[in-house]
Design a protein around this ligand. Structure first.
Ligand code: SF4
Length: 202
């Protein structure tokens, strides 16, 4: 028997626009039992681990919190991104989702919750009210929680849908994996202190 010719052999080895040099044949990798070498950087591994296991604080301020609850339910399922473990203690949380308007009276408490969270930690401002006061342009509502907290991601909308919160959450994950640091702390920068509801310094 003669040599069987491969019927699928290319009939043309030089493209129509490539006249000077014939097309290079790529060497095929053959399995040889060698384990090879996996290289990475430790901080990249840590950042990936942190971004994939964020534990939000169990904390909601107003109507936006209903959408936040829906995000962790089965239809949207934030568990897909490793963030379904809402912790009732700030000491076990590394993500604060400010879901809703923050009144001036509530501001010191919100700040205290943030201060009690261990480092590293991140903040998402969810909704128009948390981000800029929203429709509540008055003296009773903090006109943007970035005045008292270093906010990593702002999510617009009134209310933002669970999809929007998931998108913002994914952006935060991307930020953590890229090693982008938290923004400056507005209170530490200004040297201001919040006074608690019964007058004590926080
Ligand atoms: S943004 Fe809209 S839904 Fe969210 S707290 Fe404000 S009024 Fe409520």
């Amino acid at each position: 028997m003669g040599v069987v010719k491969n019927p699928w052999e290319p009939v043309q080895t030089v493209s129509n626009t490539q006249t000077a040099r014939p097309r290079q044949e790529l060497a095929m990798h053959t399995k040889d039992g060698d384990f090879g070498v996996l290289t990475t950087q430790v901080h990249k591994l840590l950042d990936w681990g942190r971004s994939s296991s964020l534990w939000p604080a169990l904390f909601g301020l107003a109507c936006c919190a209903i959408e936040m609850m829906a995000t962790s339910a089965d239809r949207f399922d934030i568990a897909r991104f490793g963030a379904e473990v809402y912790r009732a203690s700030p000491r076990q949380s590394d993500l604060l989702i400010v879901a809703g308007r923050c009144s001036v009276k509530m501001a010191p408490i919100l700040r205290q919750i943030y201060d009690q969270m261990p480092e590293p930690k991140w903040v998402i401002s969810m909704g128009a009210c948390a981000s800029c006061g929203g429709v509540f342009n008055n003296y009773a509502i903090v006109q943007g929680v970035d005045k008292i907290l270093p906010v990593d991601v702002f999510i617009p909308g009134c209310p933002p849908t669970p999809d929007m919160l998931l998108y913002g959450f994914n952006e935060l994950q991307r930020k953590i994996r890229a090693g982008i640091p938290n923004p400056p702390d507005p209170l530490k920068d200004s040297g201001l202190q919040l006074i608690g509801p019964i007058g004590e310094e926080l």
